[in-house]
Design a protein around this ligand. Structure first.
Ligand code: ZN
Length: 401
């Protein structure tokens, strides 16, 4: 549904909604005919909740699309991730917790290797260590350019964040990364007349970077892509009438939550800390987004057993959430990260939505196969979960007479 349409139906209520996201929750069997991580996990609390819930599998972004965590979270927050896109540079900034202002243009940087003719021989500079990355970023920080302030932040291995801050900067500059070796980096070029100044500034930065990094092979040049500005989007308060809070330990998730106007709460890294925060701040908000990162990391590491154990840990904390007497609870993942694939995947993601007013659908456990038979369906777009949650929270008016 369109946000503007939902906005017109929203009415105030006292009920609270909790969105519990286990990152990369969806999985696959380890061997043919086996169970997924979630199916193998012993989850008595989630299973009992499933009995009283509506269940299904959601499609984070679109059929067959393997999503990043940014877009799939936006969908869970009720924002169409195709319409509300986050530029790569901004995403990188969110990932390192860099607070972008409206004047900033962010880009993702790669250290790369060029030969004596300036042609790229390795787009990732032999995957230098993060430590080496930090040293090189310190060198790039010494670059001074007229009119703009410059920020360079190491990310990981060969990746860094570049932020330009100044008057009249635009993000309409094409990538300097030609995406293949054997060519020199592309000249920073404006794709609109307003971006002429920015393209000039980027050119100066690249020239200086080449000078500063000479002799630091394999990381003797930079590639820049995903020039982008912090988007200004309607907040969850404006659209859904919700005072929303995020309980997430990792910077990127905190950053995405901030883009939709959530207040990001202080919390520790452990699961217990996040539930402590939920209890402590329960009175202050209408909507809580609670994020569990490590299920995804276990999937990316190909560690089936660890992912199972982490799901069980979340299950053990669930009674603490239910004891707060929420109006609506959604438990799901942002996408699938099957440990057999060691990466995000396109597979739909198990979801349950509980409220005292939902119509239980006969699903009696929380798992991929069981959820596929649920009333939310086996392929519901993730973005539709939010309106259903609002309805169950008695926060939507009747449409039409
Ligand atoms: Zn994720």
């Amino acid at each position: 549904m369109e946000l503007d349409f939902v906005r017109r139906l929203v009415k105030p209520a006292e009920s609270k909604i909790v969105l519990l996201v286990m990152d990369g929750l969806g999985g696959l069997p380890r061997e043919a005919g086996g169970l997924t991580e979630l199916e193998a996990a012993n989850t008595p609390n989630l299973d009992a909740l499933a009995v009283q819930s509506i269940c299904g599998l959601h499609q984070p972004v679109g059929f067959g699309v393997t999503p990043g965590s940014g877009p799939s979270h936006l969908a869970l927050f009720g924002y169409d991730p195709i319409r509300f896109q986050i530029g790569r540079g901004v995403l990188e900034a969110l990932g390192v917790g860099f607070d972008l202002t409206s004047q900033d243009v962010a880009a993702r940087g790669n250290f790369c290797t060029v030969d004596e003719q300036g042609r790229i021989t390795d787009r990732r500079a032999g995957r230098i260590s993060t430590e080496k990355n930090r040293e090189l970023c310190a060198l790039l920080r010494q670059i001074r350019l007229p009119d703009v302030e410059l920020f360079v932040e190491p990310v990981k291995e060969y990746r860094f964040l570049l932020v330009l801050r100044g008057e009249g900067l635009s993000d309409e500059v094409i990538d300097t990364d030609p995406q293949e070796v054997g060519h020199p980096p592309l000249e920073p070029t404006a794709s609109s007349p307003e971006a002429a100044k920015t393209a000039r500034v980027v050119s100066q930065f690249v020239a200086e970077a080449r000078r500063v990094l000479a002799g630091h092979a394999p990381a003797n040049m930079v590639l820049l892509r995903g020039f982008s500005k912090r988007p200004t989007w309607p907040t969850m308060a404006e659209v859904f009438g919700l005072r929303a809070a995020a309980i997430a330990a990792y910077p990127m998730y905190r950053g995405v939550a901030r883009l939709v106007g959530m207040e990001v709460l202080d919390t520790g890294e452990r699961l217990e800390d996040e539930f402590d925060t939920l209890e402590r701040r329960w009175r202050d908000f209408d909507f809580f987004y609670l994020h569990v990162k490590r299920t995804d990391s276990a999937g990316e590491d190909g560690d089936y057993d660890r992912k199972v154990a982490l799901i069980e840990e979340v299950d053990a904390q669930l009674p603490r959430l239910l004891a707060l007497r929420p109006g609506v609870v959604i438990v799901t993942g942002d996408h699938s990260t099957p440990s057999v694939l060691r990466s995000h995947s396109w597979h739909p993601v198990p979801a349950l939505l509980w409220s005292p007013h939902c119509r239980p659908d006969g699903v009696n456990r929380f798992g991929e196969r069981a959820c596929a038979a649920g009333s939310l369906g086996p392929m519901i777009p993730a973005v539709e979960l939010m309106p259903i949650a609002l309805a169950n929270a008695m926060r939507l008016e009747k449409f039409g007479a």
